[in-house]
Write a new protein. Sequence first.
Length: 412
Amino acid sequence: MPLTNESFLRDFAQLSAIGATDRGGVERQAGTAADHETREWLAAWLTQRGFTIRFDGIGNQFGLFEHIPGAPYVLLGSHLDSQPKGGKFDGAYGVFAAAFAAARIAEMLASGELTAKHNVAVVNWFNEEGCRFTPSMMGSGVYTGKLNLDEALDTLDVAGVSVRESMNDVIARDGYAGPAVACYGEIHIEQGRLLERDGITIGLVDKTWGARKFLVTVHGEQSHTGATAMEDRQDALYGAAMMITAAREVVDNFTPGILHTAVSYLEVLPNSPVTVARETTFNMDLRSADETVLDEAIALLEKAAAEAETKARVRIELNLKHRWGLLAYQPEGVALAEAAANELGLSSRTIMTLAGHDSTNMKDVVPSIMLFVPSADGISHNEREHTSDEDCVAGLTLFTDVTRRLVAGELA
């Protein structure tokens, strides 16, 4: 079938029906039946257009179109897994835009319309979201050597199921090491409201915000909620509450907008209605465009932890589990994308990414381009997440042209 803008929107709607929720979102956590179903759908779509499907050891799904035997690939992609009751655009728009752009380029290569230096490939990265299995960006982390494969495969979800066990061996892993890559491209919804606020169609990502992610454990002592004297209690949940409040209020020490913090997950033991908690565990996430601000915020939170230990009579551990710095994307890639946007008459601006993406890993090993399209009201990780058809198509048009330039060798 012709690769038209209308067919892109129609096929994306079909993809969005997999794992669809009642309020217009999707539920496709990594390694679940819905996640596997999206892999099968993508494999069928790409195979019909001449791509070969391979899976590496962590379950990253690659669609390969080899036009020049032995040449490296321009790799395009994002992720199809979602948050619980997440949005249908986060990640999935980027994967399908990558597949569609790559298929258009494959047609150009087959017809002789485009002279290529590189082949083209699509990737659906495993477990970018990190909600079922921690950390996030797991698939690209393994591919880029930042995470150990066996350790990633042994990672457990809250039910005690490992990544290894969650994989369908027929479709998820075939031992492929992954393609040799010359450069990488990714398009994504912004997940913020800057583009919409400024009336801009395309975000040219030039830097990441820095991030620090902590696993915080509060150790107390289990006791009776009624009979235990208040002065004898070592309430881990009380200590956690003080830290959760501190994580939110530390933001007030800095210029508005420069620091984002969150506590996003909480586990309480024994989680009984008549028992004072003996232990709580939670994730604490800090992000900023200024790494000095991150350092200062962490120092304030360490002070808050010491105060909570004394007041709640508990012990608190702050374990840094995941971090990335304030790092730039290759300026040559930003310039290439900006030139393409200008030629197409699409408004654009440079923008930092507050969220982590697979391109955050890939830019450290190969030249990488990251593009954003607007998010309505800045809503993401929510069933109400939305990007207009017009913006989706504009992003696809630009991403196709950027891919054409990359395959021709304009960046690497």
